[in-house]
Design a protein around this ligand. Sequence first.
Ligand SMILES: NC(=O)c1ccc[n+]([C@@H]2O[C@H](COP(=O)([O-])OP(=O)(O)OC[C@H]3O[C@@H](n4cnc5c(N)ncnc54)[C@H](O)[C@@H]3O)[C@@H](O)[C@H]2O)c1
Length: 386
Amino acid sequence: MSDKKQMRIALIGTGFMGRTHSNGYRRVPNFFPELAYEPVLQVVCSRNEAKVKAFAEQWGYASYETDWRKVLQRDDVDAVDICTPNDMHAEIAIAAAEAGKMVLCEKPLARTVAEGLKMVEAIEKAGVKNTVWYNYRRIPAVMLAKQIIDSGKLGKIYHYRANFLQDWTINENLTQGGGNWRMDVDSAGSGVTGDLLAHCIDTAMWLNGSIKDVSAVTETFVKERIHEKTGKMEKVGIDDACIFHCHFENGSLGLFESSRYARGHKALYTLEINGRNASIRWDLHDLNRLEYFDHSDESIVRGWRSIHVTDGDQPYMNKWWVPGLSVGYEHSFVHQVADFLKAVETGSECHPNFRDSLETQRVCEAVIESANTRAWKDTGVETELK
Ligand SMILES: NC(=O)c1ccc[n+]([C@@H]2O[C@H](COP(=O)([O-])OP(=O)(O)OC[C@H]3O[C@@H](n4cnc5c(N)ncnc54)[C@H](O)[C@@H]3O)[C@@H](O)[C@H]2O)c1
């Protein structure tokens, strides 16, 4: 029997993210034994009873519910983890905060800034611990990029470049709505901007400071698709692709591209930062490596080095195997759970919190507005992301 303090988790939504988070909760006690808290898989919720029961058995949840409102009424729940489509984030998060529960919410925080603002107000009024799962920050190589930038090694930064490319919606027969909620603007809020670029924007503003203004183009390549709700051909309201450029507060220029029509790419997230003295770049497909170019190296050996981020003194890596052995996508979620538990233990914030993620939402909304109006848009970002 463990003498640790328990954090009893209620997971809502049992799809892709429901699985990654459940795995995170299960791994943490084994790999972060020093933490005062341990997550307890108390209850899982989704609408289909047979499926949620099977999920509870598979992952070891003590109980299940089919109505998320019942979950919030339970006294045996400390934290609510929202893994539902985007249109349900606000309603669940606000109700959970009002019920005095801690809230871990999937990204994007909301569909709009107005929705996100209400969530921030509710969470701050309730004074409950909160975080948003922008998990790419917690890949060791990306965390190392942050350390290198903060150490000043890059010097003045001139350029920030990021891509997030996929190809899974090229098929014209794909429907919108239902299980394909990402294709339905009412459920998702936006297309690639909120789904994929939101990740790039969160990482970018965390690494390189606030984005001041944006100029964007978006395209919806397939204009009509059958809607699962009506069974009829309906207009597609999401952006299938988005390209924007921007000014950062620090004077650097940003260039971002995302598409679900980039044939051959499944989840190509890359970023590159060019400074006065050095540059770094990172690629999700080779996530344990950080490439680094330092102009102060002796000229005859100067070149891009490929740092294999697996050593014990590199971020998070003393928790895993031995130097040279790598980690994967799932570890970013384990790290986020561990950091959340640590924040609760020490009374600190687990960034990105709701307020940080509202700033990312502001940029997403400015991007869509800029594309719709064909004009530059100020983002209105108020606080630097931590
Ligand atoms: N951090 C990341 O890298 C990342 C990756 C994928 C998705 N996401 C985000 O996670 C969220 C979920 O995405 P997903 O890919 O897991 O979606 P998904 O479609 O795989 O799963 C959604 C789940 O929500 C459940 N659900 C829907 N309505 C519900 C209701 N009324 N009550 C209870 N459960 C309900 C569904 O049954 C399903 O289990 C989205 O906000 C998405 O943007 C984040």
